[in-house]
Design a protein. Structure first.
Length: 328
């Protein structure tokens, strides 16, 4: 262990998803010292799901002893949830947890402070404390993958709003006549620009022009229905024209959304994480060039647009970041 871990400055970060629980020990500088993962039991009983979480924590071996090796536990859990009480309310990805007092139950076993928040809020805080947004005061973070989650950090603190539900930027509508999102609203940015949306856009174009040659279809072994956003990204790297067209159309939708965010929050940095954001990284300069045309903010062009630091480890780092604000 490092010297900081011997002093008890290490935090246990826990990332709970619908299929896995990832855990890691994180030091006061945001470095993940060790990590692991266990399967999640999402469709069984509430207790079975809870045991999956404690089993993942216990897999950290000697560091899982109460008070031994870590000073606190920070948990990224599926929402909706109450970040003040640590109660998971009614998560679609974990239907067995309804009004589940996660923080209280973890605290009772491990006898250390416990904090719970959603993954995007926590990742935003990790990027602010230790990652791409370090040194910035007004941070807007978006994780773009299968869906779109966002977090807002002002002066080093997550902005939760009145009820704890602030920061649902993925469900900001930019087209009130657009397709119906899974949340029930029309034209949310998630239904228009997430990984699912990119895959659907590709399948629609290929079905409409069956004679059009594209590496995307080759990657799908000729099956249009099997096309995914990951295939679009692979084809783009190989200079496929259709893949470039699809990603540029995604940029056209994302940019006015970011313009709305800039005009509403006036952030001093925009940070993007997630698999789709990594795919769109070559287009960041294009987004920045177009952004002033979608803002009334006269200094929109000065706002950095940065790729997140933590990548696939955002949940572990984010969980730890929830507790890091209490470090001396």
């Amino acid at each position: 262990m490092t010297e900081s871990s011997k002093r008890g400055d290490v935090i246990l970060g826990v990332d709970i998803g619908g299929t896995k629980v990832a855990v890691g020990l994180v030091d006061r500088d945001g470095k993940i010292l060790t990590q692991g993962r266990k399967p999640m039991v999402a469709n069984g009983t509430a207790e079975a799901a809870f045991q999956a979480v404690t089993g993942a924590i216990d897999s950290m071996a000697e560091s899982a002893r109460p008070g031994g090796g870590f000073r606190s536990i920070g948990i990224c859990a599926p929402g909706p949830l109450d970040p003040k009480t640590g109660v998971v309310l009614n998560p679609p990805n974990l239907p067995c947890w309804r009004d589940f007092p996660l923080a209280e139950k973890i605290r009772a076993i491990y006898d250390v402070p416990v904090k719970v928040d959603n993954d995007a809020n926590a990742a935003a805080l990790a990027e602010t404390r230790w990652g791409a947004a370090r040194g910035f005061r007004y941070v807007f973070y978006a994780t773009i993958g299968t869906g779109i989650g966002t977090g807002i950090v002002f002066d080093g603190r997550i902005y939760h709003g009145n009820t704890g539900s602030a920061g649902e930027g993925g469900h900001v509508s930019i087209d009130y006549r657009g397709p119906v999102c899974n949340c029930g609203k029309r034209g949310c940015i998630e239904i228009l620009s997430s990984g699912r949306a990119i895959g659907l856009r590709a399948r629609t174009k290929l079905a409409a022009e069956p004679s059009r040659h594209s590496m995307i279809l080759e990657l799908a072994q000729g099956n249009v229905a099997a096309v995914t956003s990951e295939m679009v990204g692979q084809a783009y790297v190989a200079s496929d024209p259709l893949a470039q067209e699809i990603l540029l159309e995604t940029v056209e939708v994302l940019t006015p959304w970011l313009g709305n965010i800039v005009d509403l929050l006036d952030p001093d940095v925009l940070v993007m994480g997630g698999g789709v954001a990594a795919m769109l990284r070559p287009f960041f300069d294009e987004i920045k060039k177009r952004l002033p045309g979608w803002c009334v903010n006269p200094r929109a062009s000065e706002i950095p647009l940065l790729m997140a630091h933590y990548g696939a480890d955002a949940g572990i780092a984010g969980g730890a970041a929830l507790c890091s604000v209490d470090l001396p």
